[in-house]
Ligand binder design. Structure first.
Ligand SMILES: Nc1ncnc2c1ncn2[C@@H]1O[C@H](COP(=O)(O)OP(=O)(O)OP(=O)(O)O)[C@@H](O)[C@H]1O
Ligand SMILES: [Mg+2]
Length: 350
């Protein structure tokens, strides 16, 4: 077989950019191919000069091209894209994302009342959906009170800026995540005011390259005010899940949020009652520490299905604090989340 550039190009179609998950060829990242005898030089146009995935790309190219008959030596040379080339790439990527966004279900998780466990639930639900084989994106919509990156233990992983307007999410547990915690340091004082906050949110919605995903989950900030609803209105057809605790006060605020979402034409697909009950580890008795039945009552009142009741468990708090989603290590909790996720998927997909 005569070695030619087409043959090499074909083999490079099997090499993906490890962050964008598309072939280098499709991304126009192959800048040149030189053949001299049994030696091949591949010039790769990286998106960012100091791309941390360089060595993986090199390894994959050497492997794929090295497999070809007649190739003895493969050299990979790196170059970086110009601003114009990056702009073209961005266009290419977002062209498909826009189409996809129309079709993918977006599920926002809110509560009205703060501290009832939205972020913990959203993070674990996202990981559960991922474990169930769905391709999941998770967006931390709580710009000021961001906590998703910490709960998932990925605050040390910073999101890569592909170009001025293209942000690559962080990947962990088989899902894609973007949280303010992946952009700034944990204890950095975030003093952005209204307009800046809105701009940042817009960036989160417009500039993150999710690639192909089946669901996008959004962790909403607390409150029934402007912010949660603004977020939801940014994405048409987003569905809403309301989290409450069994305390009457939490259920009342959740009810208010429900009413507001109705007015805004946003569909609430389910209610989750968190910290529902406590099972004594010694005697097995169930204690209703925060009261009983508020989730159920809210469900009846609003005609919205109660899709889950999550117990109060020390391990949930501990794993969250330590940055390990509990569904990864506790089989019972995973099963519980799986049943919630299954109901949610059914509801969302109709
Ligand atoms: N089922 C549970 N059992 C025990 N602790 C829990 C449970 N759910 C959440 N927590 C703990 O409660 C605290 C608040 O949870 P979380 O941050 O998820 O709430 P939130 O509603 O997102 O808060 P905010 O309104 O501030 O965004 C955390 O310390 C979390 O670990
Ligand atoms: Mg939160």
């Amino acid at each position: 077989m005569v070695l030619d550039k087409d043959l090499i190009m074909d083999s490079l179609r099997r090499v993906e950019d490890p962050e964008i998950h598309k072939s280098l060829v499709e991304l126009d990242m192959i800048k040149g191919i030189e053949i001299s005898g049994d030696r091949v030089v591949v010039v790769v146009n990286l998106t960012i000069k100091g791309c941390p995935m360089k060595s993986k790309i090199r390894e994959d190219i050497v492997y794929e091209v090295g497999k070809l008959e007649g190739v003895d030596e493969v050299e990979v040379v790196f170059d970086a894209m110009s601003e114009e080339e990056k702009r073209k790439l961005r266009e290419k990527l977002y062209g498909t994302q826009k189409e996809l966004f129309k079709g993918i279900p977006v599920i926002a998780i809110g509560s009205g009342k703060g501290g009832v466990g939205k972020s913990t639930i959203t993070a674990n639900l996202a990981v559960t959906l991922g474990k169930m084989g769905h391709r999941v994106g998770l967006l931390d919509g709580d710009i000021l009170g961001f906590s998703i990156a910490r709960i998932l233990g990925i605050a040390h992983k910073k999101a890569q800026l592909l170009s001025k307007n293209t942000l690559l999410p962080v990947e962990e547990y088989g899902i894609k995540i973007i949280s303010m915690g992946n952009l700034v340091e944990e204890d950095e004082a975030v003093v952005w005011r209204g307009p800046v906050l809105g701009k940042l949110l817009d960036q989160f919605f417009n500039d993150v390259y999710w690639g192909e995903i089946d669901f996008l989950l959004i962790d909403l900030p607390p409150g029934t005010g402007d912010v949660p609803l603004t977020i939801m209105q940014k994405i048409p057809n987003s569905k809403f899940v309301v989290v409450t605790s069994p305390q009457p006060s939490a259920a009342r605020v959740a009810g208010r949020l429900w009413t507001m979402s109705q007015k805004a034409g946003i569909e609430v697909v389910g209610i989750i009652e968190n910290m529902s009950h406590f099972v004594c580890q010694n005697c097995g008795e169930i204690h209703y520490i925060f009261g009983k039945g508020e989730g159920e009552r809210l469900s009846l009142k609003t005609g919205t299905e109660l899709i889950g009741e999550i117990p109060l468990k020390k391990e949930i708090r501990m794993t969250s604090d330590e940055g390990r989603p509990i569904v990864v290590e506790d089989a019972d909790t995973f099963e519980l989340y799986k049943s919630i996720a299954e109901r949610l998927v059914r509801k969302v997909r109709g």
